[in-house]
Design a protein around this ligand. Structure first.
Ligand code: NAD
Length: 260
């Protein structure tokens, strides 16, 4: 149980982040939601999580490309809840293009959101975690933190970087009761993946059905998408007391993808 613990999940208005926020709330944690979306829909989501799980749920609209906004979000959370016990760095975007045609502004955005934002949340949250001598940092990386695919240079570079950040911070805080791990999902059919199917089809000159079958799931021996709930369950386990000795680990949930 995470009763009395306070969790921040970046990028939790959709997909995997939303699944993780829901799972942590169900485990009794107060949750700070973050991410973009329709304000009315986000408010409905916030109210639903609060009512269903009887925890405090707040929402922060901080843009993960803006270090000052990230620092302010974490400061407000500490002010309001007293701590950041669980930090899930999940916000992420994708862009698919050959490297010599890759728009530099997409490169910069992917590095900022998928990698640097985690540095900014960690540096803001760590002092409070250290003070309490307890903390869980879970970085939602990807199978692309372990292996590469063509046409995803920025994403693969950012996720490999996030793997490195995970290990480095894990070593720094190893004696502080804080664990730092990366969860590395294979393909999960969220809006992020659905959106890249047309671009991949264009880059490879094949149909969208062929992208699902021959590109996405071709890499995944189990031939089915990983579910949001499976990623959320592993994340929740990493927050538990039983997971206290797991740190600096890159944990694949990828249907066998990176075993190849
Ligand atoms: P998604 O598009 O459904 O959700 C992304 C979330 O991040 C949304 O809440 C969005 O609003 C938020 N976000 C995007 N840019 C932001 C910004 N600048 N500031 C704040 N929030 C921002 O995507 P998803 O598939 O749920 O992906 C979540 C994470 O999981 C990402 O880091 C992604 O790389 C990773 N991942 C996804 C898959 C997959 O197959 N879907 C596989 C491996 C890893």
């Amino acid at each position: 149980t995470l009763e009395g613990k306070n969790a921040l999940v970046t990028g939790s208005t959709s997909g995997i982040g939303l699944g993780i926020a829901t799972r942590l709330a169900a485990s009794g944690a107060n949750v700070v939601l973050n991410g973009f979306g329709d304000p009315a829909e986000i408010e409905r989501l916030r109210a639903r999580l609060t009512a269903e799980h009887r925890v405090s749920v707040t929402y922060e609209d901080a843009d993960m490309t803006r270090p000052e906004a990230i620092a302010a979000m974490v400061a407000r959370m500490i002010d309001r809840f007293g701590s950041v016990d669980v930090l899930v760095n999940n916000a992420g975007i994708q862009h698919v293009a050959p490297v010599d045609e890759f728009p530099p502004d997409r490169w910069d955005a992917i590095i900022a959101i998928n990698l640097s934002s985690s540095f900014h949340t960690v540096r803001a949250a760590l002092p409070a975690m250290k003070a309490r001598r307890w903390g869980r940092i879970i970085n939602i990386a990807s199978a692309h933190a372990l292996v590469a695919s063509p046409f995803k240079s920025a994403y693969v570079a950012a996720k490999h970087g996030l793997a490195g950040l995970t290990k480095s911070v894990a070593l720094e805080v190893a004696e502080h009761g804080i664990t730092v791990n990366a969860v590395c999902p294979g393909y999960v059919l969220t809006p992020l993946v659905a959106k890249q199917i047309p671009d991949t089809a264009k880059a490879r000159g094949i149909s969208e059905e062929a992208v699902k079958r021959d590109v996405l799931l071709a890499a995944q021996p189990m031939k089915k998408f990983v579910t949001v709930e499976e990623v959320a369950a592993l994340t929740a386990f990493l927050c538990s007391q039983e997971a206290a000795s797991i740190t600096g680990a890159l944990l694949a949930v990828d249907g066998g993808w990176t075993a190849q």
